[in-house]
Ligand binder design. Sequence first.
Ligand code: MG
Length: 287
Amino acid sequence: MSRYLKVGEFFSYCIQFLIGKRMIIAKSQKDMDKMRAAGELIAEVREALRVMVQPGVSTMDLNRAADKMIRDGGAVPSFIGYHGFPFSICASVNEAIVHGFSKETPLNEGDIVSLDMAATLNGFVGDTAITVPVGEIGDEIKQLIKVTDECLVLGIEQCYVNRRVGDISWAIQQHADKHGYGIVRDYTGHGIGRSMHESPQIPNYGRAGTKEKIRAGFCFAIEPMLNLGTKETKTLADKWTVVTLDGKPSAHSEHTVAVTQDGPEILTLTKEQKSTLKIEKAETVSA
Ligand code: MG
């Protein structure tokens, strides 16, 4: 779920600011282990949902499956009840960007669905999102999803000690701009830890060398949201679902990332993805 600001939240921000909670919270090694566990659990859920997506399956089916997996893993879905959000995942179809409601209506061949989900395990949150094609989709939309995923990787690659939050924003923007996509401005990535949304805000556009300095122990949810057309958005009457103003499709991709002394560590990877990564790293070193 991306960062957004409502009136109530604005006041809570003011209070947090006054008592100094707008500082970015660096995690201890102990906290980091808990972040890893939460991240791995929600990554397993994400991959299970990815496989489930096909024509005829409804977003409510996906919501139910995610809710069960998260709870079976000893965690709580972080979205349900968050400022009154009524579902365990956000399921945003086609022109929906983020915060979509799950429905019993079956998905159709050619749709795309963005699935955003988070789990709170032992007091720490893992947050991740993917955009999945439903059956065969058009080349233009395939490219949009691919570039969104690439933007996420480029953003993560900036997560080194002494770089700045603006470097992440810039890395995402320059790649999206190359393809002429609308970069959503109204919602951003964010710090993450005991709370789903901590400081700093991580916009998907910005200038290199600006904003907060990155330190070891910081954890970020990086989440590019790219539109095939305009960057402008509107919120539907349900007060949650955010759609593109021009009705063109939108893609969203997110990982929770920890900054270590050695660079970025993606926390929202499954056990299998982590072991593949280890093998790849070992091969790179020995090559
Ligand atoms: Mg998020």
